[in-house]
Ligand binder design. Structure first.
Ligand code: ZN
Length: 339
C-alpha cells in the first residue's frame, strides 16, 4: 500500500484555538505529520507525492465563493487596521439566512463555523495540498490498488460545501468519495473519528449515491454539537442515506465495535463499489480530546472488521492529536492493509 503525502501540508501552522472560551495552543500541529508519516513508513508503505491537480477536485464538492474566500482572505485580512494575524471570525449569521456580505470580516463569519479554523498565510496552499493528497489516493484505488492511505493535513471532515470549521477547510474524505464516483455508482464513507463528520454529512445529505456513516461521541455534550444526532438521516432523495451512531462519552473498544458492526451491516446492504474510511485516531483513550476510550489494539480490531467488507478503500487521515501512542495507533490500524 502507498502513503500519499505532500510536504506543503506542513506549512499550515495555526496558533489560535479556543477551548471553552480559554485560549490555548492549537493542537492541529505540523508534528502530527511527522509522527503519522514515520508510522506509515515503518510499516513498509511506499511514499508518493500527489500531483498538483488544480482546483477541480475541490470544486467538485465546494462552492466557487468559498474557494475564492479561502484563496484570498488572508491577504485581504492584512489590510484591516489592527486585525489579528490569523483570520478568525467574530460574527456569525443567524442560522445563515442573512445576506452574503462583501466585507472580509463578514465573509469570515459566513464561511467559518467556529474559531477552530484560523487562516494564516500558508493555510490555503496546505489545505489544497491536503485535498490533492486525498484525490490522488482515490486515483490510485481507481487505478486498481486495493487500498491507499492519504496522509491529509489539515483534516477535512468538518468542512461543508461553503463552510470551514474544527481545523478543517476542504473536505478531503468527500473529495475522495466524489472522485471514486467516476467509476463506482455507489460509494460509502465510514467516519470513525471521535467527532461527528458533520461537513461530510452536509455535502451528501440530499444524495443517495454516497452513503455517509459516522460513529462518534454523542454531540449532545460534545463538538460539533449541532450535528451528529441519530435522527439525522438525510433529506429528499438522500433520506435514509446518512447514518449517525453517537456513543456515550468514554465508550471503549467493545461499545465502539458493536456500533461498527451495525455500521458495516448497513454499508454492506448499500452495496457500494468502494469505501472511504475517514480515519480519525482521536477516539483513542489517551487522545488529548478524551472523548472515547478506544485502545491501541482496538484500532487493529476496527481495521479487521472494515477489511471484512472486501471493498477497494481510500483511507483518509482526519483527527488524532499528539500523544505518545499516536504513531502506534496508526500502525495498529494500517497494518491490516500494509501488504
Ligand atoms: Zn476529531
Amino acid at each position: 500500500m502507498k502513503v500519499v503525502f505532500s510536504e506543503a501540508q506542513r506549512r499550515h501552522d495555526p496558533t489560535f484555538f479556543l477551548s471553552s472560551g480559554a485560549q490555548r495552543p492549537n493542537p492541529e500541529v505540523p508534528r502530527r505529520c511527522d509522527i503519522l508519516l514515520e508510522a506509515a513508513l515503518g510499516l513498509g508503505l511506499a511514499q508518493v507525492a500527489p500531483p498538483d491537480t488544480g482546483l477541480a477536485p475541490v470544486a467538485a464538492v465546494h462552492t466557487p465563493d468559498y474557494i475564492h474566500f479561502l484563496r484570498r482572505i488572508y491577504e485581504r485580512w492584512q489590510h484591516i487596521e489592527g486585525a489579528s494575524a490569523e483570520v478568525i471570525p467574530n460574527i456569525h449569521p443567524d442560522r445563515r439566512e442573512g445576506a452574503y456580505p462583501a466585507s472580509a470580516v463578514g465573509q469570515a463569519g459566513y464561511h467559518m463555523a467556529d474559531t477552530a479554523c484560523p487562516i494564516s498565510a500558508e493555510t490555503y496552499e496546505a489545505a489544497l495540498a491536503s485535498a490533492h493528497t486525498a484525490f490522488h489516493a482515490a486515483q490510485l484505488v481507481l487505478g486498481g490498488e486495493r487500498a491507499a492511505y492519504a496522509l491529509c493535513r489539515p483534516p477535512g471532515h468538518h468542512a461543508f460545501a461553503d463552510l470551514a470549521g474544527g481545523f478543517c477547510y476542504f473536505n478531503n474524505s468527500g473529495i475522495a468519495a466524489q472522485a471514486l464516483r467516476a467509476r463506482h455508482e455507489r460509494v460509502a464513507i465510514l467516519d470513525v473519528d471521535l467527532h461527528h463528520g458533520n461537513g461530510t454529512q452536509g455535502l451528501f445529505y440530499g444524495r443517495r449515491d454516497v452513503y455517509t456513516v459516522s460513529i462518534h461521541a454523542d454531540p449532545i455534550r460534545f463538538y460539533p454539537f449541532f450535528w451528529g444526532h441519530a435522527d439525522e438521516r438525510g433529506e429528499g432523495e438522500g433520506l435514509g442515506y446518512n447514518l449517525n451512531l453517537p456513543l456515550a462519552r468514554k465508550t471503549g473498544d467493545q461499545g465502539f465495535l458493536a456500533a461498527l458492526d451495525r455500521a458495516l451491516e448497513h454499508i454492506a446492504a448499500f452495496t457500494p463499489g468502494a469505501l472511504v474510511v475517514a480515519l480519525g485516531l482521536d477516539a483513542f483513550e489517551g487522545d488529548p480530546f478524551g472523548g472515547l476510550s478506544v485502545t491501541t489494539p482496538g484500532f487493529a480490531a476496527i481495521a479487521g472488521r472494515i477489511a471484512g467488507l472486501g471493498l477497494p478503500m481510500v483511507i483518509v487521515q482526519e483527527g488524532g492529536y499528539v500523544c505518545d501512542e499516536l504513531g502506534a495507533n496508526l500502525a495498529s490500524f494500517l497494518k491490516r492493509f500494509a501488504i
